[in-house]
Design a protein. Sequence first.
Length: 656
Amino acid sequence: MVEDKKEMPSYLSRLLDQVGGPNDLKGLEPKDLPELAREIREEILSVVSRCGGHLASNLGVVELTIALHRVFDLERDRLVWDVGHQCYAHKLLTGRLEEFQTLRQWGGLSGFPKREESPFDVFGTGHAGTSISSALGIAEAKSMKGEKAKVIAVIGDGSMTAGLAFEGLNQAGMLDRDLIVVLNDNEMSISPNVGALASYLSRVMTGQLANRFRNEMKSFLQTLPGLGQSFYRWAKHAEEFFKGFLTPGVLFEELGFKYVGPIEGHRLDHLIETFENVAEMDGPILVHVITKKGKGYGPAESDPAHFHGVGAFDLRSGRPLQQLSHGRAKTYTEVFGRTLCRMARRDDRVVAITAAMPGGTGLEGFSKKFPNRFYDIGIAEQHAVTFAAGLAVEGFKPFVAIYSTFLQRAYDEIVHDVCLQNLPVAFALDRAGIVGEDGPTHHGVFDFCYLRHIPNMVVMVPKDENELQHVMETARVAQSPLAFRYPRGRGYGVPLDRQWRPIEIGKGELLRHGDHVAILAIGSTVLPSLEAAEELARHGIQAAVVNGRFVKPLDTELICRLSEETGRVLTVEENALEGGFGSAVLELLQARGLDAVKVRRLGIPDVFVEHGPPERLRRIYGIDKAGIFNAVDEWMSEEGRPERKAVVFDLKKISV
C-alpha cells in the first residue's frame, strides 16, 4: 500500500495527465514541453511493449506532433496523417490517454487514425501516399465554403515515393490553396552545420518581415515600366539558386510550393517558431522536417526497421517476450523467401520485386544473395506491377511480393499491363486473410474477389507451408499470370519437401471422404475443416473435405461429383463472401445445372473486419474449427440427422 501511495501522486502530476485536448496543450509553459515529450515517449513505450504496435515511427514524431498541436487550432484547422502509423502522440494529445491502454486490442483504440474514434482524426488512413490528396480536397472544400482554415498533411519520406503523393502535389501547386505539407524525413542524413544553418535560414525566411519584404519587392518590381518583369524573374532565379545550394527544395518550388527546411525535428523551439511563421503564410507550403526513427529508445534507434512494427517486448532489453524456440514452425514469409532463393540459384530468370517491404515479404536474404535480380521500388505498387510486366516481356520470371491489401492499389495495372497481355508474372500475396491488430486497412480479405474475374489470371492458395513451395514452383513454370496468397504468421510445422513439383492447374485435393456433406475449403481454412470433419464423424456425420487449391480455375470435376454425391456443399474461405471462393462454386453449380444441390458459405460477410486477435476474429466469423462444426451440425439438425454410414477413408490423403 505504501508503494501505491507513492506512485499515485507521481502519476497524477504528469503533464500528460493535464492535457485533455489541444487547447490544454496551448496552456502549458514552453519550458514544460520537453518534459511533455519525454512523458509521451514513456507512455508509448509502456503500452506498445505490452500490446505491440508501430514503435519507431511514433517515437520519432513526438516533438513534431506537439508543435503542430501547439501552433494550430485543430478545432478549426485540419491535420491529416499519412499512413497513420505515427499517430500515437496525436491520440494521447486529443483526449484518449485513458483509452490508450487498449491500443490495437479488440474493442479498443485503433492503431491508425479513425474518424469514428475522434473528431481530431480527420481522415482515416492505413495505406501510404493518401495524405496530400485528401488534405487538398479538404482545403478546397474549406475554400468553397468560404471558411478560413489551415490544412496540414504530415507525410513520411517513404510515402513520398508513392505516385499518388506527387499527383496531389501537382494539383496543389495549381490550386494555390492554404495547404501545408510536412515532410517527415527520417532517412536523410545531413551534417550538423548544414542542418543548423538551413534551420536558421528557414525560420528567418518564413518570418513576417521577410515575407512582407518579398511580396512588396515583387509588387514594386512588377510596376517598373519595361524592366520590372525582367528584374522580378532575375530576383526569383537568384533566390532559387541560393536556396538550391542549401536545401533540396527546388523540386517542390517548381511544383508551386514555398519550401521551408530542413528543420531539426526534435528541437521544439525551432519547430514551433517555424510553424508559427508558416501559419501566417498563404498558399501551398512544404515544411521539411528531419527526425530520427525510434528517438529516445536505444534499441529502436539502433534498429528502427525491426521496431517499426513489433509485438510485445521486454522494455529493458528490447527482446520479444515470446522468444521462439529453434524447433518452432517457420512462417509462411520465411518459407517464401528461402524457396525463392533456391529457385533463383536454379533459374537465372527469377527476379524478386517488392514495394518498400523487403523485410516484411521475406526478401532480405534474396536481396543480399542476388542483388542484381532484386528490386525494392518504394511505395509504388502500380509501378511494381508494370515494371514486372516489362521484365516478363523480355523472358524473365518476376515474382512480385506485396501484401494482399496493398496490391489492391495496382488493380488496373494487373488488368491492363499483365493479364490483357497474358504475361507470366507471379504475384505473391503475403498477409492474406485476417491479419489481426492492424485492422481493416490491413486485412487481406478481398484478393479472391478482385483477381478471380480477370481473364488469363490463375489464383492459387496453399493449405500449408509445404504446399506453398509447390505452388511457387507452379508459378515459376506457368506461362500466364498467376497469383498465390498465404497468411501472416507461422505454418503448421509440417516437413518441407526438398523437391518441388508443379501442381496441375485447376486440380484440387480430396483429403477426406464422406457422403453427407462436402466441405470445400481453401488455404487457411483447410486444416480447421479437417478437424471439424473428424469431430462431426464422432456425431455420426460424414463430411468429405476438399483442399480447393484453386480459386480460379476451379476443379470442376471434383466439385461437381461431390456435390451430386452428397447433395450438400459447404464452402469455407478467409475472404469476403461477395465474389469470393464460395461465389465461384455457386456459379459453377448453376452453370452445370446442379441447382438442386444445397450450398452454404462461410467467410467474411459484407463488413470491414475490425482489429483484434486473429483467433478471435476467425471465431466471430465462424471460419475456425468450432464454426465449421457448428455450421454443419446445425444444418444437418435442421434436415434431420442421417443414419450413420460406413465410410472408407483414404488415410494417405488426410495429413496436412
